[in-house]
Design a protein. Structure first.
Length: 144
C-alpha cells in the first residue's frame, strides 16, 4: 500500500498539477498559433509575394506515375506517388515554432521579473520579543 500512497502524494503535488495544466494550455496555444500562421499570416505573405501558397511549395525529385491499364482492365504500369521535398510546409512549421518560442520567452521573462521583485522586497522586521517589549516600556517610562 505504501507505493500507491507515495504515488498519490507525488501526483497531487502542486508542481505536477501545474505542469499538467501548462501542458494542456500549451497544446491549445500551439493550435491557436498554427491557425494564425496558416489562416492569417501565410495568406498575407502569399499576397505580398505574388499570390503563392507557401504550404504548396516543394521540390519534386521524382514525378508521380499514373496507373496505366490495357483494354481488358489489367494494370500495365502501377501508379507511383511523387517524391518531393515539401519545403513550404517546413517553413510554415518553423514560423509556428518561432512564434511559440517567442511567446514562451516572454512568459518566462515575466515570471523571472516577478520573482526578482519578490526577492528584492525587504522582509518585515521580526516582532520584538516579550522581553524587548518590556525593556522598551521601561525606556519610554524613564524618558517621561
Amino acid at each position: 500500500m505504501g507505493f500507491i500512497k507515495e504515488f498519490k502524494e507525488f501526483a497531487m503535488k502542486g508542481n505536477l498539477v501545474d505542469m499538467a495544466i501548462a501542458f494542456v494550455m500549451g497544446g491549445a496555444f500551439g493550435k491557436v498559433v498554427t491557425a494564425f500562421v496558416e489562416k492569417m499570416f501565410a495568406p498575407i505573405v502569399g499576397l505580398i509575394m505574388g499570390g503563392i501558397d507557401l504550404n504548396d511549395k516543394k521540390i519534386i525529385l521524382k514525378d508521380a506515375v499514373v496507373e496505366v491499364k490495357d483494354a481488358a482492365g489489367a494494370v500495365i504500369t502501377p501508379a507511383k506517388a511523387e517524391v518531393a521535398i515539401q519545403w513550404g510546409a517546413f517553413v510554415t512549421a518553423t514560423i509556428d515554432f518561432i512564434i511559440v518560442a517567442f511567446a514562451m520567452f516572454l512568459v518566462i521573462k515575466a515570471i523571472n521579473a516577478a520573482k526578482k521583485k519578490e526577492e528584492a522586497a525587504p522582509a518585515a522586521p521580526p516582532e520584538p520579543s516579550a522581553q524587548e517589549k518590556l525593556l522598551m516600556e521601561i525606556r519610554d517610562a524613564l524618558k517621561k
